[in-house]
Design a protein around this ligand. Structure first.
Ligand SMILES: C[S@@+](CC[C@H](N)C(=O)[O-])C[C@H]1O[C@@H](n2cnc3c(N)ncnc32)[C@H](O)[C@@H]1O
Length: 256
């Protein structure tokens, strides 16, 4: 049985997962009021003010030389446990710094066909990402120009969807999470990489950080049907929080 999920932006009912309870009405999900932080928009979701989208003018910051050391990108990629042959989605890929590092992990000659879908809503970011991959001869990163509520991924096609420093700036995190759950294969993983709000030493504006508890609260909404896997805190600044979509038979067992 397919149950409906109300998409806030598009205003129609869309299917999510079998056995998942229906989503609450759109008006219950969001609170539209003046934001306390000028770096955010005038909308709150589950008690959290949503951040403004980082413009493409910020691409140089994403590509800064010191980033490897500050964020330990090698460890981040290792924590994602990518395997040859996987289809991975880099959601909010920006100019492709993360996608570039994921690409050789899913296609290293052992299993053909591993691909990184690099999804972003800004055409300027997508153009810059294309240039980066071309310059480096990387041919298994597929740029996807998406919409704020639709990552434009095939249902049931993705092994791992990764969101590096982006979830907190989704205009409509409920619609995006629902769409990503739909895009995952049964057993597929959805990974939040967010600056740690609990740690005042992390030198990032508060609105661009998230606590582990807040991520878990938002990811654990019953209509998503996601299962918490773990939280890795091996990075200098970010949490890596992993949920998974249960396989079909697991979801049936849970409903019995
Ligand atoms: C702070 S940047 C992070 C880029 C990249 N993940 C990295 O770490 O280098 C956030 C990116 O997410 C994109 N973005 C924001 N909302 C989005 C959405 N709903 N769907 C896809 N991309 C989104 C922005 O356009 C921007 O390029």
């Amino acid at each position: 049985m397919i149950l409906p999920l109300l998409c806030l932006a598009c205003g129609f009912a869309a299917p999510l997962q079998d056995n998942a309870p229906p989503a609450p009405a759109a008006a219950e999900l969001y609170e539209d009021r003046p934001g306390a932080d000028p770096n955010g928009i005038d909308r709150y979701y589950m008690g959290r003010q949503i951040a403004r989208v980082m413009g493409h003018q910020g691409a140089n910051w994403l590509e800064r030389r010191t980033r490897q050391q500050e964020e330990d990108l090698n460890t981040l990629i290792r924590l994602l446990k990518l395997e040859p042959g996987m289809t991975v989605a880099d959601i909010g890929a920006g100019s492709g710094v993360i996608a570039q590092r994921m690409a050789p992990k899913v296609d290293n000659g052992e299993a053909p066909g591993g691909v990184v879908k690099a999804v972003d809503i800004q055409p300027e970011m997508i153009a810059r990402l294309r240039g980066r991959m071309k310059q480096r001869g990387i041919d298994n990163v597929e740029p996807v120009l998406s919409d704020p509520t639709d990552p434009k991924l095939e249902p049931g096609s993705v092994d791992v969807a990764v969101m590096v420093d982006v979830y907190h700036e989704f205009d409509d995190p409920h619609a995006m999470t629902a769409a990503l759950v739909k895009a995952l294969k049964p057993g597929g993983r959805l990974v939040w990489v967010e600056y740690r709000a609990e740690d005042p030493r992390v030198p990032i504006k508060a609105i661009h950080k998230m606590s582990e508890a807040q991520v878990k609260k938002e990811a654990s909404r019953p209509e998503f049907g996601l299962e918490y896997v773990d939280t890795a805190d091996a990075l200098p600044r970010q949490h890596v929080i992993t949920f998974r979509k249960p396989a079909a038979d697991e979801a049936e067992d849970a409903a019995e």
